[in-house]
Ligand binder design. Structure first.
Ligand code: SAM
Length: 257
C-alpha cells in the first residue's frame, strides 16, 4: 500500500492474511452485541469484522485514512475519526443498546495500558482483544513470584481471564517494526471482588511503588499491624514483597484494613 506511515501514531499495518483471519475468528459476537475497533488503520481487520453478525464502530485518529476506510462498504460499519483516548465512550455509544461489547485494537504500544484502563473505567467490556508487544503479553499474564508480576498483571487478572490468541512475527506488518507481537484476549470473569475497588487498586499501586522494597517500606501510610495480622494467615509477613502476594491476598487485605 502506498501511504506515508506515521511512526508517532504507531502505524504498522497488518498484512498477513492468516493472522488477520486468526484474530477475526477469535471474535464471535451475536446480533445483539457490538464490536468496537480502535485504530483500524487501512481496515485490514475491519473488513473481516464487518462479516460478523454485530455492528462495528471504529475510532481512528488519522483523517488521512478516511478515503481508504470509507471504501469498506457495509451498513453495519460506523467510522469515527477521533482520538479514542480523548473521547467519552458514552457520548458515541449507547451501551444499553447492546448485550456485550467486544473491543479490538492493534494500537501503538505506548498507549496500550491507557486504552485498557479507559475501556475498563468507562464501560463493561465483555472481551478485549488487543495486539501487544510480546514482552507486554508476558507481563499481563504473569503469576505471583515471577519477575513480570506487577500492578498491571493484578489489575487485569482481577477483572479478566487472559488468553493468548497468537504470536505475531514483526514480518507480518508493513512497515516492519522492531519487535515481535502477541494478540491477547481479556475475557470478563470476576472470580473474586474487593468491597471497595478504588481502595483495592490504590493498595496494589502503593504496594508496588518500589518493586525491590518490601511491604513494610511501600505501605508506610497504612495500618501495618492490621496488615501484618492478615499476612500471618498466609504464612507471610511485612518483609514480603508485593510480587509475592496473590490477588486473593491483596483482596483480603483491602477488605480488612
Ligand atoms: N488495525 C490496523 C492494522 O492492524 O493494520 C492498524 C494498526 S496500526 C498499529 C495503529 C492504528 O491506530 C493506526 O491507524 C493509527 O493511526 C491509529 N491510532 C493511533 N493512536 C490512536 C488513538 N489515540 N485513537 C484512535 N486511533 C489511533
Amino acid at each position: 500500500m502506498k501511504f506515508d506511515y506515521k511512526k508517532s501514531l504507531g502505524q504498522n499495518f497488518l498484512k498477513d492474511k492468516n493472522i488477520i483471519k486468526k484474530i477475526a475468528d477469535s471474535i464471535n459476537p451475536t446480533e445483539e452485541d457490538l464490536i468496537i475497533e480502535i485504530g483500524p488503520g487501512a481496515g485490514a481487520l475491519t473488513k473481516e469484522l464487518v462479516k460478523k453478525k454485530s455492528e462495528v464502530i471504529c475510532f481512528e485518529i488519522d483523517t488521512r485514512l478516511k478515503e481508504i476506510l470509507e471504501e469498506i462498504n457495509s451498513e453495519k460499519l460506523t467510522i469515527i475519526f477521533k482520538d479514542f483516548l480523548s473521547i467519552k465512550i458514552n457520548e458515541y455509544i449507547d451501551q444499553n443498546k447492546y448485550k456485550n461489547l467486544y473491543f479490538v485494537g492493534n494500537l501503538p504500544y505506548y498507549i496500550t495500558t491507557a486504552i485498557i484502563n479507559k475501556i475498563v473505567k468507562e464501560s463493561n467490556p465483555y472481551e478485549i482483544t488487543i495486539m501487544v508487544q510480546k514482552e507486554v503479553a508476558d507481563r499481563f499474564s504473569a503469576k505471583p513470584g515471577t519477575k513480570d508480576y506487577s500492578s498491571i498483571s493484578i489489575f487485569l487478572q482481577y477483572n479478566f481471564d487472559i488468553e493468548r490468541v497468537c504470536n505475531v512475527s514483526k514480518t507480518c506488518f508493513e512497515p516492519v517494526p522492531k519487535v515481535d507481537s502477541s494478540v491477547i484476549k481479556f475475557k470478563r470473569n470476576k472470580k473474586i471482588s474487593a468491597n471497595d475497588e478504588e481502595k483495592f487498586y490504590k493498595l496494589i499501586k502503593d504496594s508496588f511503588t518500589q518493586k525491590r522494597k518490601n511491604l513494610r517500606n511501600n505501605l508506610k501510610g497504612y495500618d501495618l499491624n492490621k496488615i501484618q495480622a492478615i499476612l500471618k494467615k498466609y504464612d507471610k509477613d511485612l518483609t514480603a514483597r508485593a510480587e509475592q502476594l496473590s490477588i486473593e491476598e491483596f483482596v483480603d487485605i483491602s477488605n480488612n484494613i
